[in-house]
Design a protein around this ligand. Sequence first.
Ligand SMILES: [Ca+2]
Ligand SMILES: [Ca+2]
Length: 276
Amino acid sequence: MKKIKQTLMGAALAIIAIAFAVFTNMPAFATGSVTVSKNSLSLAIGGSDTFTISATNAAGRVDIVSADESVAMVSHDVVFLDSGITNEGEAPITVTAEGVGVTTITVTLTDVVTFDEEQLSPSTTYTINVVVGPEIHTDTVLEATDSNILLLNEGDFSDVESRVDAGEAAATISHLRSDESVADNDVVKTGDILRITIGGVNFDYVLAFLGDVNGDGLVNSGDYIKIKKHIMESETIAYQSKTWFAADINKNNTITSADYVKVRLYIMDGTGEWRP
Ligand SMILES: [Ca+2]
Ligand SMILES: [Ca+2]
């Protein structure tokens, strides 16, 4: 009899304890949450970007892992949201591009609890897709400019394609016209697009072909007329546009009669070579 009484008392205490627990869990801090600011990142080789892990009414351990560190590195392997890094409950994570390719970063919450110590969830994982773009090996044939424009000094699209370095990544290289239609030959026209697709992400570069000011893929009278109009100020060429790079034959960052003369000599010579 005594034993039964004790058991009943135990049960009653347990019920009171549960009721107390439920009751005390109810007020102000009812729910907590953790958010990750981005689910995808697109980086250039050598570049970096940042995402932020933020906690509202929650604290605990967060592990950050890059699936492929040869593609992308993370600034922190683990953060504790209660102490934070720059301020409480918020952790900025810097992702640095290490190599061309595609990878994922997983953000895993472990033992994250609300401020009243309710477990948020046993383990939650967020995935961030990362794509690191290709490298273009520029030289005297294919030059980089201050803009996102590549200047082809001679040759055709095969000379552009051969300078694309996508590392170990599976990449598709496309030659598009300015309206994004696929080019049906290798002739590069000023305004064409070099598109490198890696992991479903397009990396586009506008091409300028030296001397092709009007964008028809040829260097002829139509081009020196364009240069002349710019000099006469009847139709100006925008500074450092694709047309600008095509028209500045002597590359002195200005378009003058010297460029006009060079185009005339190029046409007269008919050798396909620029006179020095
Ligand atoms: Ca032309
Ligand atoms: Ca010039």
